[in-house]
Design a protein around this ligand. Sequence first.
Ligand SMILES: [Zn+2]
Length: 163
Amino acid sequence: MKRIILLSFAILLILSLSVRLILPRELDDLSPAIPCDDSLIKKSDILFVIPNFQGKSPISKNKKWCRKILSFNKTLALHGKTHEYREFGEPRSPEYVHEAFRIFQDCFNKSPAYFKPPHLAWTKENDWIGKIIPVKLKANQFFHKVYHCNDTGFFPNWLIDLV
Ligand SMILES: [Zn+2]
């Protein structure tokens, strides 16, 4: 019995690691206010953008930055609105969320492809957001390689490169 459990665990681990090699690579925490190496952007497929980091300056005001990010020709996605701690761990109103979409659209002239809440904090009361855009939650980070600008993720970028 013990052997079967260990074997199933090993198979699951190998499967998830191989899935990470195939599925698109993601980059979290993209904002003009957070240092981000171009090499991280280049090796990622989906860029998760914070539209108004800490509520200080919406990305739509920095057209030069918007053009630069567009020039990488990657899939662009939304990463919360202000990226405050556990931002979507509490219920958010449609007005609050639409403001995030509006800033994103003003910057890139298109809609985001996905939504990922900051720190992956989520409450059931925000499930309605999943009806307007695909939402990526905790399991996503397990099956995808996810880099972080400024290397502030739970796992460091060098480790993400390895596994
Ligand atoms: Zn984040």
